[in-house]
Ligand binder design. Structure first.
Ligand code: AP5
Ligand code: ZN
Length: 216
């Protein structure tokens, strides 16, 4: 099964992706996680991407397309995959089709998680992320059992560099201008499934599972 998890920054894509990839036993491929790992390791790619990411801008399409092309060719995508954070522009969506052709796959569904701008700002400004496993928490609505410590792996929780007020606002603008047009693009292809993301984490998860039921 090949799924794209789509939505604005802070919609809960990372939170829900974990459940979906476990349930369907497919790898969770997050371009944000791949980029942050490169930044952490100080690779050439990470050095190029950091300045764009910190201010909440998109990293250039060519870089992302190369990353996805490489990643989708790994053997663990044979059973399918869950894309989180890609595609984010029309150019990326158009580049995805020939990449999928090469590995004899096609998209089954694009799950669009919808959340209002005010709630996105609330979520992102209170988010804490695990430095070791990438799990996300929220200081109020999804706190870890012990403050600053990941429930799942005991790793240290930190605030992402792009979760500052200025960067959050910019990310939401970038989403509206460059990413939102993909909703129509995928609706026209008959792949879009809308989910109301502004409810409890468990409720959103149940809706996504219901939407994807026929692929099980
Ligand atoms: P990326 O890492 O993809 O960031 P994003 O799209 O901004 O998404 P987030 O990770 O911020 O949010 P999320 O939807 O995963 O929400 P989460 O589950 O954490 O990208 C980062 C940067 O990398 C980009 O800005 C860009 O520079 C670059 N990049 C990546 N891909 C790219 C591409 N394709 N092209 C170009 N550049 C690219 O949840 C958020 C918070 O809310 C958490 O605290 C969580 O606990 C809480 N929460 C979740 N669900 C709920 C709920 N139902 N109720 C209450 N709280 C909730
Ligand atoms: Zn962790």
């Amino acid at each position: 099964m090949q799924i794209v998890l789509f939505g604005p920054p802070g919609a809960g894509k990372g939170t829900q992706a974990k459940f979906i990839s476990e349930k369907f036993n497919i790898p969770h491929i997050s371009t944000g996680d791949i980029l942050r790992e490169n930044v952490r390791e100080g690779t050439a790619l990470g050095k190029k991407a950091k300045a764009f990411m910190d201010k909440g801008a998109l990293v250039p399409d060519e870089i992302l397309i190369d990353i996805i092309k490489d990643r989708l060719q790994k053997p663990d995508t044979k059973r399918g995959f869950l894309l989180d954070g890609f595609p984010r522009t029309i150019a990326q969506a158009e580049a995805l089709d020939p990449i999928l052709d090469e590995i004899n796959k096609k998209l089954d569904a694009v799950v669009n998680v919808d959340v209002s701008a005010n709630e996105l700002i609330r979520r992102l400004s209170g988010r804490r992320t695990c430095r070791s496993c990438g799990a996300t928490y929220h200081v109020k609505s999804n706190p870890s059992r012990v403050a600053g410590v990941c429930d799942q792996c005991g790793g240290e929780l930190y605030q992402r560099a792009d979760d500052t007020e200025a960067a959050i606002k910019h990310r939401i603008d970038v989403y509206k201008n460059q990413t939102q047009p993909l909703i129509d693009y995928y609706r026209k292809k008959g792949l879009l499934m809308d989910v109301d993301g502004e409810r409890e984490i468990d409720e959103v998860r149940s809706d996504i599972m219901r939407a994807l039921e026929r692929f099980q």
